[in-house]
Write a protein that binds this ligand. Structure first.
Ligand SMILES: [Zn+2]
Length: 248
């Protein structure tokens, strides 16, 4: 049994037995893990407020090679966002981010880029709660990209023609983007303004993207929300409901 340590973001907790909780975390060096925090629902316990969702903690835990559930020994709060917990729409938005991470991120697979992206998004929501929706779109696009489900936004998937023209772009059933020629006009159209808005996510940090989104039309924002929902829906149909577990 190994004693491990990681910086982690608490995503969700479930009550277990009388005094314990199951805690789902995204760790910088552990990836997505589920752990048991024994005794954490007792009045005096060693975890305090560290296991509240969307708290960044330093986590010490035991991991047995044969078990998916780890055993949480110690937590230390690095950063908490208690300012967000009084707003119901923010809590719903953060819970949605947690749900997507649990669906898309394979357990026990560390992903530094994913961890940094999630951290940056939560910090951006904390700094500017009014920008929640734009930051959620940014999060969706980047999660899809990091997990390998976002189509290439630069070139046609068939002829590799650069999309930096005024030609319309089409998204096929296979979620690939193609030029008019290669798609024969089949599939949903991705408007030029949506394509430009999408590409902005690749260039900016979430807070900056949200700032720039304030002058983007509501129609383009709606198109982006529809596109990410469409891709997420299709990908989740393909993913097994219970992801195979992988223990390092
Ligand atoms: Zn083409």
């Amino acid at each position: 049994m190994a004693l491990l340590e990681t910086e982690a973001l608490v995503l969700r907790t479930y009550n277990l037995a009388e005094a314990d909780k199951i805690v789902v975390c995204l760790g910088r060096s552990s990836g997505l893990i589920r752990g048991v925090a024994k005794g954490c629902r007792k009045l005096r316990n060693r975890f305090g407020a560290a296991l509240e969702p969307f708290t960044f903690v330093n986590l010490t835990y035991y991991q047995k090679e044969t078990q998916e559930l780890v055993s949480i020994r110690q937590t230390e709060i690095l950063r908490s966002h208690f300012n967000l917990s009084s707003d119901a729409s923010i809590l719903t938005g953060l819970a949605y981010m947690g749900d997507l991470l649990m669906e898309f991120s394979p357990p026990h697979q560390a992903n530094e880029i994913l961890f940094r992206m999630v951290t940056a998004c939560i910090d951006a929501v904390s700094q500017s709660p009014d920008d929640l929706q734009s930051i959620l779109r940014y999060f969706e696009v980047w999660l899809l990209k990091i997990e390998g489900f976002l189509p290439d936004l630069r070139f046609c998937a068939e002829c590799h023609r650069d999309f930096n023209t005024d030609e319309p772009i089409f998204m096929g059933q296979d979620l690939a983007l193609r030029c008019r020629n290669c798609s024969s006009g089949r599939g949903g159209t991705v408007s030029k303004r949506l394509h430009t808005h999408l590409r902005t996510t690749e260039k900016l940090a979430p807070g900056k993207f949200a700032e720039e989104s304030r002058i983007v039309s509501n129609q383009t924002k709606r198109e982006l929300a529809e596109l990410t929902q469409q891709i997420i829906g299709r990908v989740l149909e393909r993913l097994p409901r219970v992801r195979p577990t992988f223990v390092q």
